[in-house]
Design a protein around this ligand. Structure first.
Ligand SMILES: [Zn+2]
Length: 228
């Protein structure tokens, strides 16, 4: 449960109107407490169900209603088992690499990977496409594993800048190369469904590492993203 200090911070923030909607991203690592995994997923679900029920109750919803009474449990299960399952390192995909027997030495692009994430400032969805590219340093990765890596980091409360860099970092580590590119093009429901309510804007973030960080390679990569 929350410490008195954190409660005070939350209440202070509530009175600071100037915080507004600005999205501030912090470091590369998702900010988590050291004791984040001292309790089991089951215990987390039980606590979240009680707390979410409390939120609904404060809003005046009748939790004895047939349609509403299961909601706190459903939300808790969805948070831990689905949309925020990427917070738990145990859910990190196991990646197997293969030797690059084909001697393929050009860029490999896996484009239009659909992902669903959630904005950590408003807890509403971010829906987007990720495009990943790498040049093999001797090993190749199963294509679906690229989707799995995107999915794992997307299933956290996120900001798009961090999501981009976390995916890039993971690819660099697994593939043992700096030659990695990540492009993310996403819609943030906190911008489209509320706040400024702009339904047409989208956010693009990029990471171009190693050999990808040249105008020629960037142009080449972008040409593949527009061709079907
Ligand atoms: Zn937001």
């Amino acid at each position: 449960m929350l410490s008195t200090l954190i409660k005070e911070n939350i209440l202070n923030n509530l009175s600071e109107k100037e915080i507004g909607d600005d999205h501030i991203s912090t470091g590369l690592e998702t900010p988590m407490r050291k004791d984040a995994f001292n309790i089991s997923d089951q215990e987390k679900k039980e606590q979240i169900a009680v707390l979410f029920g409390e939120i609904m109750n404060v809003m005046g919803l009748d939790l004895t209603d047939d349609s509403l009474k299961g909601t706190p449990n459903r939300v808790a299960k969805m948070y831990i088992d689905e949309i925020f399952s990427g917070l738990n390192p145990e859910n990190k995909p196991k990646i197997a690499l293969f030797d690059n027997k084909y001697r393929y030495n050009q860029m490999l692009v896996e484009k239009n990977i659909t992902f669903y994430s959630n904005c950590e400032h408003h807890f509403v969805p971010i829906i987007g496409k990720a495009h990943l590219a790498y040049i093999s340093s001797g090993k190749v990765i199963g294509l679906s594993k690229l989707n799995r890596i995107v999915e794992y980091y997307a299933k956290r409360p996120q900001v798009q800048e961090r999501l981009t860099n976390q995916i890039a970092n993971e690819l660099k580590e697994i593939l043992n190369t700096e030659d990695i590119a990540v492009i993310i093009d996403a819609k943030h429901l906190c911008v489209s469904s509320r706040g400024v309510k702009d339904d047409t804007s989208a956010t693009v973030t990029t990471y171009y590492g190693g050999a990808f960080n040249t105008p020629d390679k960037i142009r080449e990569l972008q040409s593949y993203l527009t061709v079907y």
